[in-house]
Design a binder for this molecule. Structure first.
Ligand code: GDG
Length: 482
């Protein structure tokens, strides 16, 4: 991979995230490498895949999808050498890995930080595995550490890691970024006290802790003062002889890539094809992992309410529901899938006609140009999570509109609602408000659409993923030795 780094940062950079930007598998003894989907991998790969200086070294550490034995014994394609060399897979023993990822990460932290405390599963073995997995990654970093390295840790999987590294290398430069919301203390306090304290002191091992929004930063500050009784100043938190800084860094997308791909003749043709196929009706689109935080049931019921209250739009609006498979080894996810699929069947049975299926449902992921074509072909993007750290899909839809038409309906509980204020902003719990927003979007005059989409495009163009990476890395500069 030809990675580029901010010019002023010369030191080697280690990114740490749960997933690597690629997924490995082995077929007929050969190592196969596929691009990962998912918000973080998409955003960071866009930036670091760019051509640029090779004088800086970058490596990306993440948990390997396959066992160490499989990985090491598989044959490699020699032409993939460079790309593979900058990736540093870490191997976690499968039982620990399961309790860590499906257990503590996705059955405790994920539901709690997204305000679903009743979905949290309490199990002491989960936290022990979380600690162990963080330690495995810490050991790997420590074993390969070079003086001056910058370590940029991503997301809720590794909140203990900054503290583990700091204890062993007091002068190490560490940034931490949380991609999901940091909840109000009223939620955080639900965790056993010793877990609260361990997580907080783990995060304080970093020099800079970043969040998507000012609200998440504020919640974190409050939880710090309530759990560790620290004095939080506007500059940061004095802790063990250092000052830990914290602030919002809203993530951007690769705006240029979306707007350019949306303008290619292949994608334009595909858009045309989809529009012709749905000539009689306007398309309402949503793209999500099939996760309960995305409130797909609520959204389907809102679409149904829209059809019920506005009979003139029957056969004139089609909802394209694209759901990406995710975490299906967790019971809550399997239950949610069943509920969603039953509901789709009921609504289609009730309202569908020989000429029209109200909801078209796909449960798979698409390749990038197909996704951009769907963004371009749809009239409305309906993005209504109950909680979402940022939500990149909303930004990608806006970036993929070459004619600056279309309408974005957006939940006020998505981090990006702070930035995309020209969207129709809704309360994701309120089905009536969402149904009414769909009606308004169907009727929004073209000049109004253009004014709103253009303003949002301008914002996204100036606050893209490059700027996000650079601002975060620059915030670490005071910590770097000259
Ligand atoms: C976490 C936070 C935060 C989706 N379907 C396909 C596909 N995607 C890509 C989209 C987008 C990404 O996946 C999803 O991004 P999100 O932001 O919605 O969500 P998470 O993965 O949950 O990420 C989130 C994010 O981190 C970044 O900080 O915004 O709040 O939860 O980029 O394009 N890509 C392709 N085919 C698909 O079918 N190629």
């Amino acid at each position: 991979m030809a990675y580029r780094m901010h010019e002023s940062v010369k030191n080697r950079l280690t990114l740490v995230s749960y997933r690597l930007p690629v997924r490995f598998s082995v077929a007929a003894g050969r190592l196969e490498v596929k691009q990962s989907t998912g918000g973080l991998a998409t955003a960071l790969s866009s930036y670091f895949d760019e051509e640029g200086s090779h004088s800086h070294e970058l490596r990306w550490m993440g948990v390997c999808d396959i066992s160490e034995e499989k990985y090491r014994s598989a044959q490699r394609d020699p032409s993939a050498g460079d790309r593979l060399n900058s990736l540093h897979p870490v191997f976690i023993e499968s039982r620990v890995g399961d309790l860590f990822y499906n257990g503590f990460c996705n059955s405790v932290l994920w539901p709690l930080f997204h305000y679903f405390p009743s979905f949290v599963v309490y199990d002491d073995t989960y936290f022990a595995a979380y600690r162990k997995a963080n330690q495995v990654v810490a050991d790997e970093i420590l074993a390969t550490y070079r003086e001056g390295d910058i370590i940029w840790i991503h997301d809720y999987h590794f909140m203990l890691l900054p503290g583990m590294l700091r204890r062993r290398i007091p002068e190490v430069c560490i940034g931490f970024f949380l991609h999901i919301p940091f909840p109000s203390y009223e939620l955080f306090r639900v965790l056993p006290r010793n877990w609260q304290r361990e997580i907080m002191s783990g995060l304080l091992g970093a020099d800079v802790v970043g969040f998507h929004t000012a609200d998440y930063t504020m919640h974190f500050r409050e939880s710090l003062s309530r759990t560790l009784h620290l004095k939080v100043t506007p500059e940061g938190v004095p802790y063990q002889g250092r000052t830990v800084r914290m602030r919002p860094f809203p993530i951007g997308i690769d705006f240029r890539r979306f707007s350019e791909v949306a303008n290619t003749s292949a994608v334009r043709k595909e858009v045309q094809k989809i529009r012709e196929r749905f000539r009689a009706s306007k398309l309402v689109l949503s793209v999500d992992r099939l996760d309960y935080t995305k409130a797909i049931v609520n959204r389907l019921e809102s679409f149904e309410l829209f059809l019920k209250l506005n009979p003139k739009y029957r056969e004139k609006a089609t909802y394209l529901l694209l759901l990406v498979p995710t975490r299906d080894s967790i019971l809550k996810y399997r239950e949610n899938k069943l509920i969603v699929e039953t509901l789709i069947g009921r609504i289609n049975g009730l309202y569908g006609t020989l000429n029209w299926t109200p909801i078209i449902y796909q449960y798979r992921s698409l390749d990038f140009p197909k996704l951009v074509a769907l963004y371009g072909a749809s009239h409305i993007a309906l993005i209504t999570p109950l909680r979402d750290g940022m939500n990149l899909v909303a930004k990608e839809f806006v970036a993929s509109r070459p004619e600056a038409d279309g309408v974005l309906i957006l939940s006020d509980a998505a981090g990006c609602a702070n930035e995309l204020q020209q969207a129709i902003i809704v309360n994701p719990f309120d089905r009536h408000e969402i149904a009414e927003a769909i009606r308004l979007a169907m009727e929004q005059p073209l000049e109004d659409q253009r004014r709103r989409i253009q303003a949002m495009q301008e914002h996204l163009h100036h606050h893209d993923v490059r700027r996000w990476v650079e601002e975060f890395l620059m915030s670490l500069e005071p910590q770097l030795s000259p």
